[in-house]
Design a protein around this ligand. Sequence first.
Ligand code: SAM
Length: 163
Amino acid sequence: MVRENEIRAGEVSVEAPAATDAGLAFIGRIRTPWTHRRAAPRQGRKDGPPCHIEIFEPWVTALQGIDAYEELEVLYWLHLSRRDLVLQSPASDGTVRGTFALRSPVRPNPIGTSIVKLVKREGPVLTVQGLDCLDGTPLVDLKPDRCRFTPLAPPQPGDDETA
Ligand code: SAM
């Protein structure tokens, strides 16, 4: 179940260190149809509603070449999440699992990730499908999907190291 910051049966919170957010500078804002956590999809789907990623200056130039990729990895800051739970009960039924064994938005550093389909780019705005975040969610980073990206830099010895 989606939460609104409540503590459920069996869940455990801790006194989290003061949040400094590691000096992150948000690079844009995500526009989606969802304004309530209970209405957003739990995970985005590539045939989901079109959403818009607005890139702020001075980062718009950093979009150069992005149109070459059909799929992007989007990292965003789930800014409304509580950040102090170590055990969570997703089904709200008293059974719990550790935060790092879940993709819950409730985590010490509430980073969300989605692989999205790039529909089009118009200047600083990307239209994508596959997001699950609220309208206005801050954008942390954008990258080509790793499965579709071939490194452009020369190979390094570590590339061929195996167990
Ligand atoms: N796809 C991401 C991931 O796996 O890292 C996020 C998954 S998380 C389960 C998605 C849920 O987070 C949504 O259904 C919504 O309830 C909640 N959510 C979306 N945007 C949020 C925001 N800005 N702050 C807090 N919670 C948010």
